[in-house]
Design a protein around this ligand. Structure first.
Ligand code: AMP
Length: 121
């Protein structure tokens, strides 16, 4: 599968469409999810053409992997989510329910988050 340069997060990275940005550095951009599922719901995306975690973990440099992870840490800390807890999640493909084909990590917090996943096997 080819990276789609016109996916919505690629366009947010290029600042072609707006987002409520909460953090940015040379490795990553973080912004509020437009349809938040929890009181705090932030998306963190790497700067680069990566479709999902699977693609990123194959192709990204060690420097970008570390920088991206540190950016997630920075966002968690800036919202003080380490105090009461949070969840990070990333979807891939059809079974994962991925909607936007640019790698992103969801950060959920601000309330108890319930079970990890739906119970059905
Ligand atoms: P996923 O299903 O893991 O691909 O999640 C995609 C997420 O992107 C969903 O939670 C959407 O609400 C969110 N989303 C889609 N378009 C935008 C946008 N323009 N700005 C912020 N979040 C978005």
């Amino acid at each position: 599968m080819e990276y789609d340069n016109n996916n919505v997060f690629a366009r947010i990275l290029r600042k072609e469409i707006p987002a409520t940005i909460v953090y940015e550095d040379e490795y990553a951009l973080a912004f509020h999810d437009v349809f938040p599922k929890t009181p705090i719901h932030i998306l963190v995306i790497p700067k680069g053409e990566f479709i999902s975690f699977f693609d990123f973990s194959e192709k990204a440099t060690f420097e970008l992997m570390v920088g991206f992870t540190k950016a997630i840490h920075h966002v968690i800390k800036s919202f003080e989510l380490q105090k009461d807890g949070f969840r990070i999640l990333s979807n891939h493909g059809v079974h994962g329910g991925q909607e936007v084909p640019h790698y992103h990590v969801h950060i959920f917090g601000g309330r108890p988050l319930g079970r990890m996943i739906s119970e059905q096997l």
